[in-house]
Design a protein around this ligand. Sequence first.
Ligand code: URA
Length: 433
Amino acid sequence: MRMVDLIEKKRDGLELTKEEIRFIIKGYTKGDIPDYQISALAMAIFFQDMTTSERAELTMAMVESGDQIDLSAVQGVKVDKHSTGGVGDKTTIALAPLVAALGVPVAKMSGRGLGHTGGTIDKLEAIPGFSVEIDTKQFTELVNKNKLAVVGQTGNLTPADKKLYALRDVTATVNSIPLIASSIMSKKIASGADAIVLDVKTGSGAFMKELDQSKQLAEAMVEIGKNLGRETMAIISDMNQPLGRAIGNALEVKEAIQMLRGEGPEDLKELCLTLGSQMVFLAKQAISIEEARSKLEAVIANGEALEVLKTFITSQNGDASIVDNPDRLPSAKYLIEVTANETGTVSTIVADKIGTAAMLLGAGRATKDSTIDLAVGIVLNKKIGDSVKKGESLATLHSNSQEAQQVVEMVLAAYSISDQVVMKPTLIYEEIH
Ligand code: URA
C-alpha cells in the first residue's frame, strides 16, 4: 500500500477501507508515514468528509494505537460522561458522586486544563491533600468499594490521536466533524467505557459556536459509539454564558458542593440532573429517565450524594472537612467588584472573555508548563436575563493581586446590558439518541 494513493483516493471522495485506515494510523504512530502526508490526508478529509464506516474504523484504529484501560474488574455498567468543554464547567465534580450514590460505577480518567480554568484534576487538587496518583489496582478497588474514583490520564492512551491532534492544530484541520468525533470517541473507548453520555456545548464559549454544527458533532459521536457497540447518547447544552456562577478551581469545587446540597445555581443543577438521569438509566439503575431523575433528587435531598463525595475525597487522601466547611478551600487575598456602568438587563456574557479573564488572574494555564493558582477566579453575580442597576456588582474577582484593572475591564467588556426585556437562555437544546 502507498500512502500517496490513499491520499488521492480520499481527495477524490472515495471511501477508505478498514485495512487502509489501519495502515495509515499504524504507519503514522510508528513514524513511518511523515507529517506532510497525514496533513494532506486530513485536509482531504476536511473537504470530502468520511462515511459512517470510515469514522468507526478511524476511531478504532486510534483506540488500538496505544494502551486500553481494562475495567473488567469493576462491577456494573461503566458509564462515562464527556463534555466538549466550556467556561465554569464543574459538572463532573458534582455529577460523579451524584450518580455513584445510586450505585453507578464511576471510574473516571481525567485531565488537566489548558486555557480558561483548570481541568477536573486541577479542580480536585484544590482540595487539600487530594491525589490522583493511584495505581490501576487501587483505582478498581476504590470504584468497587465506593463506586467512584478519579485517576490522572496515563501516558500512552491513544497516541495516534495525540499526534494527529497536534498536527491538525497547525494545519487548519481541527474543525472537521469526522476528525473531532473520532478523536473524542477514541479516548472514551480506550478509557474502558461501556456506555457514554456526551454533553456537547453550543454557543459563544463552546468549541462549536452554532447549534447546527454542535448537532452534527453530537450525531457523529453517537453514531460512532453505537457502531462500536457502546450505548451512546448526547445532549446539546448552552455555552452562551458560563455555567453556574463560579469560574476558578477552588471556587468551582465550592459551587459543586453547593449543588450537592440542593443549593447553588439552577443551570448547574438542571444540567447535572439531565446528564445524571441518562447515566443512571444507561447503567440500568432505573427503568426510565423519569425514575432516574427522581432517584437523583432523592439522594441530593437525603444527603447521600454528599456522603459519597466525602468518602471519595477521604479515599484519595483529601481533607473531606471542606465539604462541611468550604471556607477551608484555598481562598484569594482580595475581592474586587466589577460594577455596572448602566442600568438595564444583562443580555450577553461572552463566556470566552470571562474564561480568559479568569486565566489572567491565574486560574488557568497560558502554556502547558504554567502553574495555576487554585484560589483565584471570578464569581458572576449577574447572569443573562438578570436586571442590574448602575453601580451594582456584575461579578466579583477573587484575586491574589491588588492590580487587576486589566481583568476588571475584560469582565466588563464581556457583559452587555440592554434596556429591553431579555429572556434567560435555553439550557438544554436537544437530546440525540
Ligand atoms: N477535543 C478533542 O479531544 N479532539 C478534537 O479533535 C477536538 C476537541
